[in-house]
Design a binder for this molecule. Structure first.
Ligand SMILES: *Cc1c(COP(=O)(O)O)cnc(C)c1O
Length: 385
């Protein structure tokens, strides 16, 4: 940090380059381009891959809202495929059916489409999400997208270090995006990283983050409409230091998660995430549990807060966010699996320095308070009360 301050280069300097190089090595990808946030990385990737006004972008309703917003930034329509309630990822078979129908220009699209506001352009990108650090099974999606030449951007913002069949997440798609907001596996304050093997994509993302300037061009020449999506040197220094500790951080997070999971084994009211498949490794991002349908979650959150314990409901499905309902006419019932999980999931306190006693106390309070939170009416969970 002091080195950066003393160097006189606060942006676009050598620390950024080192951070990018070591990140690319860690993932095993040809290029890594640091950006100012995960959202910026997703947005720049879509532009670099050619998403245009009116296009369709296929993604999941069960994610952070930024995953779908980046399509809207470019005037494209995000179209959703419901999730598998166990793995929380886009259902592979339903995703394949949707890609097939959209790519062939079929009028019958086998997923709930917007009731209003849908554009009619071609399917021009797919954004699968590795939810909660769980490596999604993208085999069919990648194969089919390849057949139809539709680019795939992996939203890996929650999945740094996750592995599928022993291979680290981040090189199935045309680009993959990681995020370094403080609640992610590693942080740089704010920040993100686009990784890709495609030199053309890396070059355009580099230009987009730097106000559209060309490679090696003078500062006065702007080749395309760009943004200030740069990551500054100070943030890069924090990110680099964190990256070098990644294995230790992942181990500490797994330890905390394992203690929670052991505690809830066999609980009829609180279900941890199911274990991942053999050969896969979850990179713990948050510690979410599914509550029994009979539990009044809002009441539970309030009662936990009274003990000084912060818990969060999540995800609120994207299609039921107020402005998505308004713009696209979505309603409750459109993506039942995403809604059922979104209604019942609760994220517990989770970070590397949570001691065993802290985990135990959270569990004790949760178990005591949960008894006061049932039965409940399941109506109006997603209303704007
Ligand atoms: C955090 C996150 C993002 C956005 O990252 P920011 O750095 O906050 O912009 C995008 N998608 C998912 C799934 C995320 O969890």
């Amino acid at each position: 940090m002091n080195e950066v301050l003393g160097s006189g280069r606060l942006s676009g300097g050598p620390v950024l380059e080192t951070f990018e190089r070591e990140f690319a090595e860690r993932i095993g990808s040809g290029h890594a381009v640091a950006v100012s946030s995960g959202t910026a990385g997703l947005h720049a990737s879509l532009i670099a891959l050619g998403v245009k006004r009116g296009d369709i972008v296929l993604t999941t309703p069960f994610s952070f809202v930024a995953t779908a917003n980046v399509a809207l930034y470019e005037g494209a329509t995000p179209l959703f495929v419901d999730i598998d309630p166990a793995t929380l990822e886009m259902q592979p078979a339903a995703t394949a059916d949707a890609i097939d129908a959209l790519a062939r220009g079929s009028r019958a699209i086998p997923t709930q489409v917007p009731r209003i506001g849908m554009t009619r352009g071609p399917l021009s990108a797919i954004i699968p999400v590795h939810v909660f650090g769980n490596a999604a099974n993208l085999d069919r999606t990648i194969a089919l997208a390849g057949d139809f030449r539709i680019p795939v951007v992996e939203d890996a913002c929650e999945a740094l270090g996750a592995k599928r069949r022993g291979e680290v997440v981040g090189h199935s798609g045309d680009a993959s995006v990681f995020a370094f907001y403080p609640n992610k596996q590693i942080t740089s304050g704010e920040g993100g990283m686009v990784v890709t093997d495609r030199t053309d994509v890396a070059r355009v993302v580099r230009s987009l983050r730097n106000q559209g300037r060309g490679e090696g061009a003078t500062a006065e020449l702007h080749e395309r409409l760009g943004f200030n999506y740069r990551l500054d040197e100070l943030s890069a220094a924090v990110g680099l230091a964190q990256l070098r500790r990644l294995d230790e951080i992942l181990e500490l997070r797994a330890r905390v998660a394992d203690r929670y999971t052991a505690r809830f084994a066999g609980s009829p009211l609180v279900s941890p995430l199911p274990p991942v498949a053999d050969g896969d490794t979850r990179s713990w991002f948050v510690y979410p549990v599914r509550l029994h349908e009979s539990i009044h979650r809002t009441m539970l959150i309030r009662r936990m807060a009274a003990h000084g314990i912060t818990t969060r409901a999540y995800f609120w499905p994207i299609h039921l966010q107020p402005f998505y309902r308004e713009r696209f006419g979505y309603r409750e019932g459109d993506f039942p699996n995403a809604e059922a999980v979104g209604r019942t999931m609760l994220a517990l306190p989770f970070h590397t320095r949570l001691a065993d006693e802290d985990v135990d106390r959270v569990c004790e309070v949760l178990e005591a308070e949960i008894e006061h939170c049932r039965p409940a009416s399941r109506a109006a969970v997603f209303s704007r009360a």
